[in-house]
Design a binder for this molecule. Structure first.
Ligand SMILES: Cc1cc2nc3c(=O)[nH]c(=O)nc-3n(C[C@H](O)[C@H](O)[C@H](O)COP(=O)(O)O)c2cc1C
Length: 336
């Protein structure tokens, strides 16, 4: 039985968090994952400078008016203490309940000229100044998401976590890879035990948690207070709830039946069109449809249709026909 996860005054209903993923964890996906059950979802990363320069557009992405999302956790990226602090103040004013600082993004456009994301793990004094400025700027809890370090020679997550705690951060998440690994190799859950030993605030383990067994193993080996799930939820918005139920009291929630899985995909697809509009919605939806159907028989032809039309009626019809065909075949039951 896992204790509930507390972030300062915020008590989460479970110790499972959906990872922030740009281009994936938009409002429809977060809502869906919450509907199944999860401790917390986090918005896609928002650039602090963009918030200051074009408040409306960047803030719409955060969907802070979604009252169902509690706590409303916003992740900010930035490399200038004043700009990060000001962006944090703005999002707090608009209803954010928690602010996470991105110190883990490996993308060159973030770590390059901007020196943000995981580049901050190469300059801990600067990273500390950013955390300090953000904590001072807002009343809501501030958390930090990091990797194990920049590369194998400098795995300094325990030191950065220690400094973050010293500046008043309330939780640290560690993706068990270095920046130079990007997404190669495997997450080092054992290394994160060194972060847990170093600080008193909760640590959340992240990286390669794709099954209930792996969630238990990652949590046990790191000693973390909670787990964060990213790619493991691709096409499986119910997966974080399965982990949460098992960690809570050993309950094993079965995968949804095939008919329900396709119903979830259909509802998700409609929600993406409603949120993003037809053109953007059809594009965003393609990758999700691909994940939902990856291992299903005859799905390649179905995806071909979905990926090559900008006509929503064609997609709706293709989904309906795919569903009918699959539910009529025995092979579907085997594949599911
Ligand atoms: C498509 C994609 C987008 C991501 N965007 C973000 C982001 O906006 N902020 C962030 O902190 N991490 C981001 N990440 C990293 C994830 O939050 C997570 O740390 C990483 O995927 C490892 O966890 P996993 O193995 O469970 O996926 C992203 C990862 C992916 C695959």
């Amino acid at each position: 039985m896992t204790d509930p996860l507390c972030i300062g005054p915020i008590r989460l209903p479970s110790a499972v968090i959906l990872a922030p993923m740009s281009g994936v964890t938009d409002l429809p996906f977060r809502r869906l994952v919450r509907r199944f059950g999860v401790g917390m979802t986090v918005c896609e990363m928002a650039a602090s400078k963009a918030i200051l320069q074009n408040v409306d557009e960047e803030l719409r992405k955060l969907a802070l008016d979604d009252v169902g999302e509690a706590p409303r956790a916003v992740q900010l990226a930035g490399c200038e203490p004043e700009a990060l602090a000001e962006a944090a103040r703005i999002v707090e004013g608009l209803g954010a309940d928690l602010i996470d600082i991105n110190m883990g993004c490996p993308a060159k456009k973030v770590t390059g000229s901007q020196q943000a994301g995981s580049a901050l793990m190469r300059d801990l004094d600067h990273a500390t100044a950013l955390i300090s400025a953000t904590v001072k700027a807002v009343d809501v809890p501030v958390t930090v998401k990091m990797r194990t370090g920049w590369d194998d020679e400098t795995r300094n997550a325990p030191e950065l976590a220690h400094r973050a705690e010293g500046e008043g951060a309330q939780l640290v998440t560690v993706h068990g890879r270095t920046r130079c690994q990007f997404y190669t190799g495997s997450a080092d859950w054992d290394f994160v035990a060194g972060v847990v030993d170093r600080i008193s605030i909760p640590v959340v383990i992240n990286g390669d948690i794709t099954s209930v067994e792996k969630a238990v193993e990652a949590k046990t080996r790191s000693g973390a207070a909670g787990v964060m799930i990213g790619r493991g939820a691709y096409g499986r918005p119910w997966f974080p709830a399965q982990v949460a139920a098992y960690l809570a009291d050993g309950t094993i929630l079965p995968d949804p039946a095939p008919a329900e899985r396709l119903a979830v995909m259909r509802a998700h697809w409609e929600a993406m069109l409603e949120t993003h509009g037809r053109i953007q919605g059809l594009r965003v939806a393609r990758k999700h449809v691909g994940w939902y159907t990856a291992n299903l028989p005859n799905s390649a032809a179905f995806r071909q249709t979905v990926n090559n039309t900008m006509d929503e009626a064609v997609v709706r019809d293709a989904i309906a026909r795919f569903e009918e065909t699959l539910l009529a075949t025995d092979r579907f039951a085997v594949a599911a």
